[in-house]
Design a protein around this ligand. Structure first.
Ligand code: ADP
Ligand code: MG
Length: 244
């Protein structure tokens, strides 16, 4: 698959076109950012680790019948994916209170939620990814009610599959973020039908706590200067993918 024009460079990845208009190469960078880019750094070997973990998790989800954009991992840094029109809503699923939820409603970090919850945020760096009500989603025409329902259903299913998958590896899935989009057809035109899971699922986009010790094994180690960032990412990779 020939790599062509760079079409987007984000905080964590670069997207390249290929000779097939329906396929993109997702290139994973070592850059780490937090707090909407205000805190910057490098996490050594992050690209390789996030790419491998994402691949393993997408495979697990595909086996459970959840459609994802992944075609194949091409190399340590590259994943071949189906081109999507990303819906600018970040879906967060939570099992345990942490981060912005703890701050917003005053629930101590680490409090288990009586049942999983799913939240919607506007994917907008300028606005700082604000929480969205359904009324906001429809007013801004970010998604139709049917699409929003489908996105929430997918998030709940992803949560079930990944909660079990991580638990088998002694990891508690506290929360995670997913991005979804509609498939762009082979001719480059929009197929407004099916919604696929896109982007990445890795220690940058999940909160993962060791089940025995509650030790954080995710990006909060970088955000909160807890140290052992690379070691924790490597530990997740070891438990999820075997030796890497
Ligand atoms: P950001 O800084 O916006 O989070 P990233 O560095 O994570 O960006 O780069 C990935 C970008 O590519 C994101 O904006 C994401 O929405 C988008 N993206 C992810 N998967 C796909 C896909 N299959 N097709 C098109 N865009 C995608
Ligand atoms: Mg991103």
């Amino acid at each position: 698959m020939e790599q062509r024009q760079k079409i987007y460079e984000g905080k964590a990845k670069i997207l390249y076109e290929t000779d097939d208009p329906g396929l993109l190469i997702q290139y994973f960078k070592d850059d780490a950012t937090a707090f909407d880019g205000k805190k910057k750094g490098i996490i050594r070997d992050k690209k390789m680790v996030n790419n491998k973990i994402s691949e393993r998790l997408f495979k697990e989800l595909a086996a459970a019948g959840i459609r994802t954009h992944m075609v194949e991992r091409m190399s340590d840094r590259e994943m071949l994916v189906k081109r999507l029109k990303i819906i600018p809503i970040e879906i967060i699923a939570r099992n345990v209170s942490a981060g912005s939820l703890s701050k917003r409603i005053g629930l101590a970090e680490g409090t288990p939620l009586p049942r999983p919850i799913v939240e919607t945020y506007y994917k907008s760096d300028e606005l700082g990814d604000p929480l969205l009500c359904d009324e906001h989603v429809f007013m801004l025409e970010l998604a139709t009610p049917e699409q929003l329902n489908a996105m929430r259903d997918t998030a709940r299913k992803v949560n079930q599959v990944l909660t079990d998958f991580f638990a088998e590896r002694q990891i508690r899935l506290v929360d995670f973020k997913i991005e979804l989009g509609t498939e762009v057809g082979a001719k480059g035109d929009l197929n407004n039908g099916d919604i696929l899971l896109g982007d990445e699922i890795c220690p940058d986009t999940c909160r993962l706590w060791d089940m025995a010790t509650d030790e954080k094994l995710d990006k909060d180690r970088f955000r909160r200067d807890l140290g052992k960032v690379e070691e924790s990412y490597a530990e997740v990779a070891r438990r999820v993918c075997g030796v890497v």
